[in-house]
Design a protein around this ligand. Structure first.
Ligand code: PMP
Length: 361
């Protein structure tokens, strides 16, 4: 095959690298989806082959995450960002929020537009370098407790989740969904935009306790009401069919990898390799997250000054290591190593970081 450029390793935070076999499958099936003689983009979402595809995607997701019968899996649009508003509109205007960084804060700010949320805890005073501590019952008078399982910008992650909170736990898992096993029963609602661990942008996966969804007031606009989507099997209006197709390909690939148990172990190995280099050269690479909060998905670090950072990013790109600049709001560097990043890609980055350090600055 002719490549127009050398192979690259893609460390973008999202949209992010996708599993090669999932892309190859899309290429093979593009002009003839499910023996229809048409592409998946061209057929009715009510046609049997599409309905079968969406059911397969849902079944794969349920199996991978061991979703219990109490919870429904929905495929919605509007990104994780629309969930920031849907949650209070369905569950109540007095949620409790844990402010752990950029994304948790956005969710809290949206809830403030609609109602009177409570700020339960924050790690703002230490530049969000850890997940804030709080009493499990701190939100007991709130409608729900919202947290962000992985802060994509700061590179911090909850290692375990609070239990016995007395109110439904709602979690934004956009940047670590299906990267590790979970007890879904502990959550009232989990949501994630697909474009990091699940597929391309355009579909948002929501896992919701059906009893909790029953709470939505009648005045909730139709499209913003979880019950609408539960009743319609995520087909109230036209679903993002191509994004759901790619989601199915990614989930099927995950199953072939051995499911979440195998993926979780591999994710641990991958992030350990990069943190080891950071710890070996503390004068050059300064990790942002406290060790206890280090993310296995987004590894964030700074170099001593912006000139060295610029040189690092430029040389990395020349070596085929793409997308390592930190989020525009914080700068620095960030290696996003979601499920689809092969260990080889991580080794390429680790080797580059070692050789950059070895060049003596
Ligand atoms: N939450 C988190 C943790 C994210 O990383 C992002 C996107 N980077 C969002 C929410 C917003 O997602 P979307 O762009 O799908 O609305």
């Amino acid at each position: 095959m002719l490549l127009t450029h050398a192979p690259v390793w893609n460390f973008y935070a999202g949209p992010a690298t996708l599993p090669r076999p999932a892309l190859e499958r899309a290429k093979d099936e593009l002009l003839n989806f499910s023996q229809t003689g048409m592409s998946v983009m061209e057929i009715s979402h009510r046609a049997k082959p599409y309905m079968a595809l969406q059911s397969e995607a849902e079944a794969l997701f349920r199996e991978l995450l061991a979703v219990p019968d109490t919870h429904r899996v929905l495929f919605l649009q509007g990104g994780a960002t629309l969930q920031f508003a849907m949650i209070p509109l369905n569950f109540g205007l007095r949620g409790g929020y844990v402010n752990s960084g950029e994304w948790a804060n956005k969710a809290y700010k949206e809830a403030k537009k609609l109602g009177q949320p409570t700020l339960v805890a924050s790690s703002a005073e230490t530049q969000f370098d850890h997940m804030p501590e709080f009493e499990p019952t701190a939100a007991k008078d709130c409608d729900y407790l919202h947290l962000t399982s992985n802060e994509t910008v700061q590179g911090t992650q909850w290692q375990t989740f609070p239990s016995n909170t007395g109110v439904p736990l709602v979690a934004d898992m956009s940047s670590d969904i299906l990267s590790r096993r979970l007890n879904v029963k502990d959550f009232g609602l989990i949501y994630a935009g697909a474009q990091k661990n699940l597929g391309p942008s355009g579909v948002t996966v929501v896992v919701v306790d059906e009893n909790l969804a029953a709470r939505a007031p009648e005045t909730t606009p139709t499209m913003l009401n979880y019950r609408t989507h539960i009743e319609a099997g995520s087909m109230y209006n036209t679903p993002p069919t191509l994004a759901v197709y790619m989601l199915r390909n990614v989930l099927a690939w995950m199953m072939e990898q051995g499911g979440l148990e195998a993926i979780e172990v591999r994710n641990g190995r991958k992030s350990d390799r990069i943190y080891q280099v950071i710890d070996r050269y503390p004068d050059l690479y300064q990790g942002h997250a406290r060790i206890s909060a280090r993310s296995k998905m987004n590894v964030t670090f700074r170099l001593p000054d912006t000139d060295t950072e610029k040189a690092f990013l430029k040389e990395a790109e020349a070596a085929g290591l793409i997308g390592l600049a930190g989020h525009r709001s914080v700068g620095g560097c960030r290696a996003s190593i979601y499920n689809a990043m092969p260990e080889e890609g991580v080794e390429a980055l680790v080797n580059f970081m070692e050789s950059f350090a070895g060049r003596g600055r």
